[in-house]
Design a protein around this ligand. Structure first.
Ligand SMILES: CC(C)(COP(=O)(O)OP(=O)(O)OC[C@H]1O[C@@H](n2cnc3c(N)ncnc32)[C@H](O)[C@@H]1OP(=O)(O)O)[C@@H](O)C(=O)NCCC(=O)NCCS
Length: 176
């Protein structure tokens, strides 16, 4: 049994997350310091409130939110936790009358996007209509995200491991 809570991570949870995310190529992630500043991380917990997985979403413009991290600890995968976290993140964003944007190269997450009827696309140069007018917001979000010593270091380290060359798929779900 597990439940989803929206709260800050404890120091111990943040350390566990950083250590685990360092081992996978699908997520670049955030530094320990950054994780500890996020107020509302969706956290899947067991009965004893042990963290099993997390989903991090944040607002990046007046009407857009980005799902930045979806992660389930390896031994708890395949039990529906990732899907529940992703659905709950989308539900919370849409209920605030905001659009959801995310991207992934993981087939499991791409399948989740399809199941929730996301509009999928493969380049950020031209967004699907009628969203192309928000291109600048998307660009700015990307620039802010990459402007981090931690992420530049992690990206260059992980780049060497991107052997399968799976492409990123981008997804939008509009609240309207
Ligand atoms: C991606 C991730 C979050 C999925 O979490 P999860 O708890 O294992 O996923 P779920 O159990 O909710 O499964 C969701 C769906 O994917 C399917 N699925 C899960 N793992 C699968 C696998 N390894 N192969 C094929 N299908 C899989 C499930 O059967 C389920 O399908 P359904 O909707 O038809 O029932 C998890 O694997 C993970 O943390 N991976 C590493 C980090 C990562 O890549 N995150 C995404 C970056 S954007």
């Amino acid at each position: 049994m597990f439940k989803i809570n929206s709260r800050k991570l404890t120091q111990q949870e943040a350390i566990l997350l950083v250590e685990n995310i360092k081992l996978i190529t699908e997520i670049t992630g955030y530094s320990l310091k950054e994780w500890l500043t996020f107020e509302d991380v969706l956290i899947a917990e067991d009965q004893e409130e042990n963290m099993l997985g997390v989903c991090l979403a944040y607002d990046f413009s007046s009407n857009w939110s980005f799902i930045s991290v979806l992660f389930v600890l390896e031994k708890f995968r395949g039990k529906g936790i990732g899907q529940l976290l992703f659905k709950e993140a989308c539900r919370q964003i849409l209920s605030r009358k905001r659009n959801v944007y995310t991207s992934s190269r993981n087939p499991v997450v791409i399948k989740m996007m399809k199941q929730l009827n996301f509009i999928l696309f493969d380049t950020l140069y031209v967004l699907p209509q009628p969203f192309n007018k928000y291109k600048f917001d998307f660009l700015l979000r990307g620039i802010k995200w990459i402007t981090s010593f931690y992420r530049m270091k992690e990206l260059s380290r992980k780049y060497l491991k991107y052997k399968d060359k799976r492409k990123f798929v981008y997804g939008i779900k509009s609240y309207e």
